[in-house]
Structure formats: structure tokens, C-alpha cells
Design a protein around this ligand. Structure first.
Ligand code: 5GP
Length: 177
């Protein structure tokens, strides 16, 4: 497949993302006041969102990362989810918050959520920058959503196509045609 930035159509600008993520951080600051949560980033795609969101949360928190693989390099899900890197902190008896870049079929979060619930956190909520509800194959509660989008394959702001475009400062629709 030939990859080119000219195939990317901007969906959310850098400025729009900045404003929306600040709002999300303010909401989470209110909702988690006094709770000292463990904030869990799902690598790799979450890194820009995670950095901006956690800095917009005016709270004491612990930060930990988990890496799972779910996509085999194309634009469709394989349905396979493998834990590649686990948390370095216990969440037992803690308020835990999973931060994800995008929820598509829901398979990744469904699996990660069940795995983390087995560790008996006091609460477990999910925040995602983007949500594609029309693609859902399993139900998963997404408590905080930046933007709901149509069924497009998007890149940028952490989201990749075969490892590329994660560093774009905006989110764009990738059109392979
Ligand atoms: P799910 O398990 O919900 O189908 O997929 C979750 C993961 O698939 C995301 O964390 C992301 O890595 C990848 N993914 C889903 N939709 C997209 C998309 O539109 N663009 C990119 N780049 N990755 C996606």
C-alpha cells in the first residue's frame, strides 16, 4: 500500500483537541477529587492524549501503562488481544481509570477491563478520546468520550497506520482509495 499524507483529511484540529481535552480533564478533576486514582494508559496510541489529559487533571494520581496488541497492521481488527506489557502498580482497592485512544469493536477494552476487574479495584472507569459506536462488536462501558465519530479509519495524534502518522498533531481520516 502506498502511504501518503495527501490521503489524510483533517477531522479534528490541534486547537479543537486542545480545547476538548482540557474540558475532559476538568470533568475528571471534579469527578476524582480526593480519590487519588491510578490512571492507566493503553500504549502505544494513547501517548499524546494521555500526556495532555493527565496534565489537565488537577489531582494527585499514580500513572501506569499497559500495552496490548489487537491489530495486525491493516485497517481491520483480527479480534486477537495479547498482553505485551503489564501494569507496574497494583490497583487493588484503588480507583482506576483506563485511558484509551479509540474504541472501535470494543474487543480490546472488553478484555483489558475484565482482566483489571479481576484485580479488584474500588472502581474502574474508561476514558477514550474517540469512539466509533457503529463498529461495536462487544458492549463495553465508555464513561468519558472526547468525540464520537463515524466509521472512518483515522490517523494522527497517536493513531497509526502501520506505525506511521502517530506524530501528527491533529486527527485525520485516512482515505486509502
Ligand atoms: P478495538 O479493540 O476497540 O476494535 O480497537 C481498539 C484499538 O484498535 C485502538 O486502540 C487502536 O489501536 C485500533 N484502532 C481502532 N480503530 C482505529 C482507527 O480508526 N485508526 C487507528 N489508527 N487505529 C484504530
Amino acid at each position: 500500500m502506498v502511504m501518503s499524507r495527501s490521503r489524510i483529511y483533517p477531522l479534528f484540529t490541534e486547537e479543537q483537541l486542545r480545547v476538548r481535552i482540557k474540558e475532559m480533564g476538568e470533568q475528571l478533576t471534579k469527578d476524582y477529587a480526593g480519590h487519588n486514582p491510578v490512571v492507566i494508559g493503553l500504549l502505544n496510541g494513547v501517548f499524546p492524549f494521555f500526556a495532555d489529559l493527565t496534565r489537565a487533571m488537577d489531582l494527585d494520581m499514580d500513572i501506569s501503562f499497559m500495552r496490548v496488541s489487537s491489530y495486525g497492521g491493516g485497517t481491520d481488527s483480527t479480534g486477537e488481544v495479547k498482553i505485551i506489557h503489564d501494569l507496574d502498580k497494583s490497583i487493588r482497592g484503588r480507583h482506576a481509570l483506563i485511558v484509551e485512544d479509540i474504541v472501535d469493536t470494543g474487543l480490546t477494552l472488553h478484555k483489558v477491563r475484565n482482566l483489571l476487574l479481576d484485580r479488584e479495584p474500588l472502581s474502574l472507569k474508561i476514558v477514550s478520546l474517540l469512539d466509533k459506536p457503529s463498529r461495536r462488536r462487544v458492549e463495553v462501558p465508555v464513561d468519558y468520550i472526547g468525540y464520537s465519530i463515524e466509521d472512518h479509519f483515522v490517523v494522527g495524534f497517536g493513531l497509526d497506520l502501520d506505525g506511521k502518522y502517530r506524530n501528527l498533531p491533529y486527527v485525520g481520516i485516512y482515505n486509502p482509495a
